[in-house]
Structures are given as structure tokens and as C-alpha cells.
Write a protein that binds this ligand. Structure first.
Ligand code: GLN
Length: 245
């Protein structure tokens, strides 16, 4: 039987790399390797073109406004292949600044900047930053599993036609007003949840791996892992953050 292999593209980590975003890559990679599935990480720097046809999961982290703009310009030149990747069900995870730039507009220095238009979202800015721990309930996961994370953003994002990633139980989410957090379109997941999102939420990591395997191989059997410690850490964080609210 053919060995399965998933290729993960980590886009521009020298620009978008806030709060331990790399932990997400390690989690995806290790949860594949532990199951005997080959995993390859391709780190894409600002001088390389991205071969989206060769990737199964793409990760875009968070960053400052300045870096966000640079990345938006870099991706603008490859928008067509990014869009083909998304429309063909490619898995794309975009965090905070990366999430905002996938939308129609986002603000920089008080001016709306045109985003990539991959997600039907629009972002405005407010002087008051939305910072803190977050717990959301997401329809993406079965058994009503909750998702925990940390947010820190000035942007206020409103959703157009795409679905929210989840409903906020604690924290601010997209805009602090409508209880939505993040956005989902096909296999694109945009979120304000920063840093080690996937280490903190192993079920979400498996959800993404399943989507990537299904797209590539038409089947996705994810063997159970000995991940009691990860699950306990997740539960502990959920309880602690819900209590804070
Ligand atoms: N421009 C973003 C903001 O709203 C950047 C956030 C981030 O990636 N931390 O603040």
C-alpha cells in the first residue's frame, strides 16, 4: 500500500510569526508522523514562489500591520494559484493578520487596504485592542468540543457570506459585538486565535489533517493517539478561561 504523505506550507514565517505560531506546524507534523503518515514542511520565504499544487495544508500566521502589508503584496502576485488551491478544497489556516488580509479590506494607518478577497470579510480598526483568552464553540468539531485560544487585535472583522468558525463563549472574537469568531469558507479557516492554537486544541488539528487527507486520498483514517496529556491541558485551559469570564 502506498505510504501517505502530507505537505505543509508554512508561509513567510520571517514576517508572520507572533506568539509561537510555529507550534501549529509542529503539531500538524507530529500528529501525522505519530500515525505513520509522512509529513513534510516547506518553509516559504519572501523570495520564493509558492507551488500550491504541491501543498496539502497552508499556514499563514499573525504579524504586525507592516508585515501584514508586505505579505499581502507577496500573495497578490500569486492570487490566482492561491484561489485555485482554495476552490479545490486546499486546507488553509490563517491567523489574525493573515486572516484579515484574506478578506476584502483591512485597515492600515487609518486607510482601508484591499485584501486578497479569498474570504468574504471586511475589517475596520479601533484604537482599543481586543486582548485576552478566548473560548469558542465551533460546529466544525463533533461532540461539542470547545476551542481555546488567545487574541490580540485592533481589527474588527465583519462576516459577509462565509460562516463563522465559532460562537464566542469568552473573549471578543471578530469584533466584540456579534459573538462570532473567525470565518470558514470551504477548507479555509480564518481565526483571531493566536499562537499555539493547534497544540492547545488537538481535535482541531485532527480536523484539519482529516480534511487534507480526504482531499488528497479520498479517505482519512486517523488512528487514535496517546494524547491524554494534550487533552488534559486543553480541558484545563477551557475550565480556567471560562471561569475568568
Ligand atoms: N492588523 C492586526 C490587528 O488588528 C494585526 C494583529 C495580529 O496579527 N496580531 O491588530
Amino acid at each position: 500500500m502506498e505510504n501517505k504523505r502530507i505537505r505543509i506550507g508554512h508561509l513567510y514565517p520571517e514576517l508572520l510569526n507572533l506568539y509561537g505560531d510555529t507550534g501549529n506546524i509542529l503539531t500538524l507534523k507530529n500528529r501525522l508522523l505519530w500515525r505513520g503518515i509522512e509529513a513534510e514542511v516547506e518553509t516559504i520565504g519572501k523570495d520564493s514562489m509558492i507551488d500550491f499544487k504541491n501543498l496539502d495544508i497552508v499556514f499563514l500566521g499573525g504579524g504586525s500591520d507592516r508585515e501584514q502589508l508586505i505579505v499581502c503584496h507577496l500573495l497578490e502576485q500569486q492570487k490566482e494559484s492561491l484561489s485555485e488551491y482554495v476552490e479545490s478544497g486546499g486546507v488553509l489556516v490563517a491567523v489574525c493578520g493573515g486572516y484579515q488580509l484574506l478578506g476584502k479590506t483591512y485597515p492600515l494607518d487609518g486607510q482601508p487596504v484591499k485584501g486578497l478577497g479569498i474570504l468574504d470579510i471586511e475589517t475596520e480598526v479601533n484604537d482599543e485592542r481586543l486582548i485576552g483568552n478566548v473560548v469558542i464553540c465551533s460546529g466544525l468539531l463533533s461532540k461539542n468540543e470547545l476551542i481555546v485560544g488567545f487574541e490580540n487585535h485592533a481589527g474588527r472583522t465583519r462576516l459577509g457570506s462565509c460562516e463563522p468558525f465559532g460562537k464566542v463563549l469568552t473573549g471578543y472574537g471578530n469584533n466584540g459585538e456579534d459573538d462570532t469568531c473567525g470565518a470558514v469558507y470551504k477548507n479555509v479557516l480564518g481565526t483571531y486565535l493566536h499562537g499555539p492554537l493547534l497544540p492547545k486544541n488537538p481535535a482541531l488539528a485532527d480536523y484539519l489533517l482529516e480534511k487534507a487527507l480526504l482531499r488528497k486520498y479520498g479517505e482519512a483514517e486517523l488512528l487514535p493517539l496517546e494524547d491524554q496529556a494534550e487533552k488534559e491541558a486543553h480541558q484545563y485551559a477551557v475550565k480556567r478561561f471560562l471561569k475568568q469570564s
